[in-house]
Every structure is written in C-alpha cells, then in structure tokens.
Design a protein around this ligand. Structure first.
Ligand SMILES: [Zn+2]
Length: 59
C-alpha cells in the first residue's frame, strides 16, 4: 500500500497532472516539496501543507 497525492487536488488552477507518490506521509511531503519547486514554490507554507495533508490518500 502506498500513498498518493494529486497535484491538481492541491492546486486545481495549476492544470498539472503530476501525482506525488510515497510509502509514508513523510515521503509524500518530501516529494511534494520537490515537485512544488517546479511550480516556483520554494517554501511550503502552513496553509499549503494543510491542503497537501488533506489530499493525501491510500492508493
Ligand atoms: Zn504540479
């Protein structure tokens, strides 16, 4: 069982189809932070973190 996070769920306006994957929430958060840089987001704010956590689900 792994966890996934759809970029489009975090930011529907991005039009991005990227899916962040990880074995644990920690993995997801790390991979999401790396992916966020592709959107020019270099700092994950508490608000963004909330949206990320709310959209992580088991695959
Ligand atoms: Zn994206």
């Amino acid at each position: 069982m792994s966890k996934v996070l759809e970029c489009s769920k975090v930011d529907p306006t991005s039009g991005c189809n990227y899916i962040v994957r990880g074995d644990t929430e920690e993995d997801i958060l790390r991979n999401a932070a790396v992916h966020a840089k592709e959107h020019g987001i270099h700092e994950v704010t508490p608000e963004l973190m909330e949206r990320v956590k709310a959209n992580i689900h088991e695959e």
